[in-house]
Write a protein that binds this ligand. Structure first.
Ligand SMILES: *Cc1c(COP(=O)(O)O)cnc(C)c1O
Length: 419
């Protein structure tokens, strides 16, 4: 945090100030391997902590319901223009509060309650908002879920096609939260076209890889592309929708006034900055390094006897089955956290264990890559991870490794952290 801001905060609310500084220190000192997280730049942090949070701007640039939009209109228009340019989209809406509301807007734009949506099931790596039964999307709509093959743990497009033909969805989602392989968006688009469904590609996890040229873009083939802005794209917490020109009105109306009130202008400014950063050549290097790091980390784990779902990764994400290591995902995640390495326990496809204590862990390389770490550090991290998972109750070992992790982190300063 900027020292001046910190001083103000400490004088107004020392309790919150102390917690923010503690969290900043935690993010500084840990190897953060949660696949959906990152470090935003100081410029993005500055925008999200700005006076733009004071302004109401219901509507869209030049069509607002409140006065005083001279500067906000320009901020939002810049953000829209940069999103369109970066992804090559006809239209962009940068107002969704986050990825889940962005997806809900897609339902509201194209479906009536009870209509059929088809998406990947949560246990296979899909997202809650793709029709999972505890989500509003699986209760207000008729959800049909596809999974992965039992033998390869990959999506079987023949199976997806057969299911789509049988169930005739009006909306089809591709994308997910625990898919370690490249998604064939063009094939999904073909299937959607065959059954007359709207095709929505959800690139929440991989938007930075798409922008950086490390994953094929769904923009040319999808009716709508939905994304978060805070994962690999490395912006503030938020969401965006991009679509073909013919869907622009429906999408805009669904976001506002359909689902939301005033946009979060401070977030919009932060997204605009992140999109500008994503246009730099260095962002392409970052995206390539994310994938190279994930591959290096995966290979080093496999060398140590780890069982990875699909055998490895094409992107930023690794899903490991810890059954051969004789430890549950939750116990491993807790032990790793104590040793300074943060990830999340995660179900694996066809998991025999329950979701609150599943067989796997999910990890990813966006945050460590944003710190400038490379394959050498990935091998070191794999070495530590294996030592911890092999001795999940050895508190002294965890303590010793957490110290070594802190030393490594000190050599790779994190963006945005001034401590
Ligand atoms: C993270 C994610 C979302 C939801 O984003 P939130 O900002 O957490 O609401 C939606 N879809 C996919 C595929 C995601 O990974």
């Amino acid at each position: 945090m900027h020292p001046a801001l910190r001083e103000t905060l400490e004088s107004v609310d020392p309790e919150i100030a102390e917690l923010l500084v503690a969290e900043e220190r935690r993010q500084r000192d840990k190897v953060r391997l949660i696949a959906s997280e990152n470090y935003v730049s100081g410029a993005v942090l500055a925008a999200t902590g700005s006076v733009l949070t004071n302004k109401y701007s219901e509507g869209y640039p030049t069509k607002r319901y409140y006065e005083g939009q001279q500067y906000i209109d320009r901020v939002e228009q810049l953000c829209i223009d940069r999103a369109k340019a970066l992804f090559g989209a006809d239209h962009a809406n940068v107002q969704p509060y986050s990825g889940s509301p962005a997806n809900l807007a897609v339902y509201f734009a194209f479906l009536k309650p009870g209509d059929t949506v088809m998406g990947m099931g949560l246990p296979a790596g899909g997202h809650l908002t793709h029709g999972w039964n505890v989500s509003i999307t699986g209760t207000y709509f008729r959800a049909v879920q596809y999974g992965v093959r039992q033998d390869t743990h990959c999506i079987d497009l023949d199976e997806v096609r057969a299911l789509a033909k049988k169930e005739q969805p009006k909306l089809m989602f591709a994308g997910g939260t625990a898919i370690p392989r490249t998604i064939d968006f063009a094939a999904f688009a073909d299937i959607a076209r065959e059954v007359g469904a709207v095709f929505a590609a959800d690139i929440a996890h991989i938007a930075g890889l798409v922008a950086g040229g490390q994953h094929p873009s769904p923009v040319p083939v999808a009716d709508v592309v939905s994304t978060t802005t805070h994962k690999t794209l490395r912006g503030p917490r938020g969401g965006m929708l991009m679509c073909k020109a013919q869907h622009a009105k429906a999408i805009d109306r669904a976001v506002f006034p359909g689902l939301q009130g005033g946009p979060h202008n401070h977030t919009t400014a932060g997204i605009a900055i992140a999109l500008k950063e994503a246009q730099q050549a260095s962002f392409r290097d970052y995206a390539a390094q994310i994938v190279a790091n994930a591959k290096a980390l995966a290979a080093a784990l496999v060398e140590r006897g780890w069982s990875l779902i699909t055998g490895g990764t094409d992107n930023h994400l690794i899903l490991a089955d810890l059954t051969p290591k004789g430890v549950s995902g939750k116990i491993a995640a807790r032990a790793l956290d104590a040793a300074g390495m943060e990830l999340n326990y995660n179900s694996i496809p066809f998991d025999p264990r329950k979701p609150f204590d599943p067989s796997g862990v999910r990890l990813g390389t966006p945050s460590v890559t944003s710190r400038g770490m490379g394959p050498t550090e990935m091998r070191q991290i794999a070495h530590w991870m294996d030592a911890v998972v092999t001795a999940p109750t050895d508190a002294a070992l965890h303590e010793r490794i957490s110290g070594e992790v802190r030393e490594l982190c000190a050599r790779f300063p994190a963006p945005g952290i001034l401590l």
